[in-house]
Each structure stands twice: as C-alpha cells, then as structure tokens.
Design a protein around this ligand. Structure first.
Ligand code: SF4
Length: 435
C-alpha cells in the first residue's frame, strides 16, 4: 500500500516553526511521509499566525492554494489565526478541520480518512498550567534546532493579539524540557535555540530561564545554546554572566524588541520600560559581553506616532550598540487596546518610516560585521548553497559564506572573516581544529 503523504506549511515566528517540527514528527509516527508544501499530498496542515494583517492574508492564501492543488486532500488549519478567525476560515470551501491553540500539537489525532462536509472546529479553553510535550518521535533533526520552553503572554501590550491567540503565560515542565534536549543532542544537534512567546518569564516549579540554560549546558555534546527573542525587563543579569563564562555554551547573542524609542509611544503601547531603561540595559550588556550581537524589533506607525516620536526611534537605533533591527509596520488587531485608538498613521507615512529604519538597520549590520573582518571565528556550517560554497553562523549570529571543498554540514570550523557582502560576510576556512 502506498504510504500517505502529508505536508505542513508554517506562517510566522520561530515558535510556530518549532511546533510545526513537532507536528511533522507526530505525522511520521502515524505513518505519513512528509512531502514539501506545493507537492501533491493526502493531508495538508497549515500552521497559522495572526501577528499582522499580512500574516492573516498569507494564511488564507496558503489554505486556498493547498486546496486548489489538492481538492480531495484532508485540510487542517491550526494555530493563532485559527484560534481568533475560525469563522472566516470555516467559510473557505474545502477546509476540514480548524484547531486553535490548545490542541494544535495533537492535530494528527483529529485527522480522518474522509473529508468533512462542514469543518470541525476545535477551540478549547487554553490551559494555564505548566505543560509537557511528547516529542519522543523526533526524527528530522537539523544542526540548529528550536526547543519550545514556554507559551503565551500576560503582558497585554496595546498592539498585540498574541495573549488572545496563545493565551496566558505558561512554561514547559523543566524535566520534560531537558528530556527533549537530551534526545536532540543524542541525535546530533549541536545548537539549541530556546523559543517561546515570552521566555524571560519561564517559571516551572522554582526553575527559571537561567536554570534551563545551566541544565542544558551540562549535556555533553551540546556546543551552543541560543536564547531567541526576549522581552526587555525580563532578562536576568545572570544570563550575561553565562555568556561571558569561558566554559558555558550560551552564545553572545540577544534579540530584544524595543518597538519604539519614544517614551510617549512606549507608554501608549503599554510597554514596561522607558527609552532610557532600554538603552541602559543594552549598554551594560555590550560592556560586559565581548562581541555581543544585539538585535531588536522596531514598529512604525503606532496610532499617534508623530515625526518626533519616529525620530526618537531612529536615533535609538542609530546611536545605540544595536547591530540590526527587524522593522514592522503597525497592523490593527481586533480587540486590542490600540485598535480603539483614533489617531491612525497613514500607510504612506508608515512606508516612508519603515524604509528609513530598514536602510539604517543595514548600515548598522554592516558596521557590526566590519568589526570582525580579519578575525577568526568558529562557524557552525549548515548547508551547501552553491558549488562548494557553504553557509553557516558564528556564535554571535553572523551569516558566513565560505568556499569549502568536501564541506560537511553540522560541523564547527574556524573561519577568517574576509569581507562584507550584503547582509552576510565572506570568510575563508582556516585549516585547523575542524570539530
Ligand atoms: S510581550 Fe507584548 S508584544 Fe510580546 S507577546 Fe506579550 S503582549 Fe505581545
């Protein structure tokens, strides 16, 4: 009998990517073969995001395109957009199953052999307790793998729908987290990226984020631990100490969303810090941690943002040691506090402001990369991207391309950084100490 084919399409953040990996593994355990999205399949799962209007549109488009190509296939839509916009999704002809946040990782248990005449909707109350994930079936491993340790958020920033889509903050049980980390390392993972919605708030029993990082550090064979996006005000100073410690695998990298450089806007956004607090922390961090890369998220066009507010954001990026910024345009989300604010910023102004910030971000990235030209840095190589050309990352998240005859994925190699090239650098392999 032919093995059934399934594909998973992910819209959105690193946490969604981590969860899609878990869903794929559960599909394999259930006997499916995973095929790329776009191929013919018997089952299609679209793991959705609702962070902006564009994300919503991308989800609907992915659902429609899967159904068009596979009209007889079983179509399931899961995740944040399903949680909030289940009615809109139910109107798309051909959708069989809509699952919100609580049950999304169990989607495989809901799939049936027959298509449903009307979509089944599963939108359970999102639990608040610590959670576990049965990830024993992990089969598809990459050298850098996301590990989900936390979900949901209690912060209720004025622009954000995530607390509605993913529920309140909750943490993955400490032992269950370590169990999966050990399995990943046993299967060859060299770098683990800790992911969640608000990972600085990790609390399971009495364990904190620093405890997770230390417990992972004790796993033999795990060479790098990376913390993904983390909210200002939630970063324990102990994290910086670990980045500096010679024998600790926590890498010198932080992605801290500032969102705005204007105190007036930060207050309207209900963020929990001022421009000065943010700048003080990142200055402390770069003084303490050599070669630290700090990235940020910046939003333009929040309701009421004046030119003056925007320039405050611009100077925050320009004058601080931030290495790069991801720039987003404000997107109105239903039921959020910001959606009730009246003083909207036009699309044209938003476009202009985001273009200015993007340009500045690429200048800042180049200036950061420039500091490493001529120096040797260890690179974890991931894949061959062209004829003998390999791509990988340094610990402080510089993307490196290097010619490497007989290259091998999942290998740490010392590389001399030679020159800048767009948003990455070109390096040459130093033929020593290949690990
Ligand atoms: S911290 Fe704010 S922006 Fe981030 S998920 Fe929570 S509510 Fe949203």
């Amino acid at each position: 009998m032919m093995q059934k084919r399934a594909c998973v399409y992910t819209v959105g953040c690193r946490l969604n990517q981590a969860e899609s990996g878990i869903i794929e593994d559960k599909l394999r355990d259930a006997g499916y073969v995973i095929v790329p999205f776009g191929n013919e399949a018997d089952v299609g799962i679209i793991n959705t995001c609702t962070v902006t209007r564009e994300a919503d549109a991308k989800c609907r488009q992915a659902v429609r395109s899967f159904i068009r190509k596979n009209p007889m296939a079983y179509t399931a839509v899961v995740g944040c957009y399903s949680q909030l916009a289940f009615k809109t999704l139910a109107e798309i002809r051909g959708v069989d199953l809509i699952i919100g946040t609580q049950e999304k990782l169990n989607v495989v248990n809901y799939i049936t052999d027959k298509k449903n005449p009307i979509p089944v909707v599963v939108r359970d109350t999102i639990q608040r307790d610590d959670f576990t994930i049965d990830a024993s079936g992990y089969t598809q491993i990459q050298e850098r793998t996301n590990l989900k340790i936390q979900d949901g958020c209690d912060f209720m920033c004025a622009f954000c729908a995530i607390p509605f889509a993913r529920g309140r903050a909750r943490s993955r049980q400490f032992r269950n987290t370590l169990e999966e980390a050990r399995q990943l390392v046993d299967r060859g993972v060299r770098e683990i990226i800790l992911t969640g919605v608000n990972i600085g708030m990790y609390r399971s029993e009495n364990y904190t984020l620093c405890d997770v990082v230390d417990a992972l550090a004790a796993i033999p064979g795990l060479t790098r631990i990376r913390v993904s996006s983390i909210e200002p005000t939630t970063i324990p100073e102990g994290l910086l100490d670990r980045m500096v410690a010679y024998d600790h695998p926590l890498v010198p990298f932080l992605h801290i969303p500032a969102q705005s450089g204007s105190n007036r806007i930060l207050e309207l956004m209900k963020r929990r810090y001022s421009r000065e607090d943010f700048l003080e922390f990142i200055q402390l961090a770069v003084n303490k941690v050599p070669d630290l890369c700090i990235g940020t998220d910046l939003m333009v066009g929040f309701p009421g943002e004046t030119d003056e507010d925007f320039w405050a954001t611009y100077t925050l990026l320009k004058e601080s040691p931030i290495a790069y910024a991801h720039v987003f345009k404000y997107s109105e989300r239903r039921n959020t506090a910001a959606s009730r604010m009246v003083d909207k910023v036009s699309n044209a102004v938003q476009d202009k402001r985001s273009a200015l910030l993007r340009e500045l971000s690429s200048e800042k990235r180049s200036a950061f990369h420039e500091k490493f030209v001529g120096r040797i840095r260890t690179v974890l190589f991931e894949s061959e991207v062209g004829d003998g050309l390999w791509c990988g990352h340094t610990d402080n998240y510089i993307t490196v391309l290097a010619k490497w005859k007989d290259g091998k994925a999942n290998t740490f190699v010392p590389v001399r950084i030679q020159k800048l090239s767009g948003d990455h650098v070109i390096g040459s392999i130093e033929n020593r100490n290949v690990q």
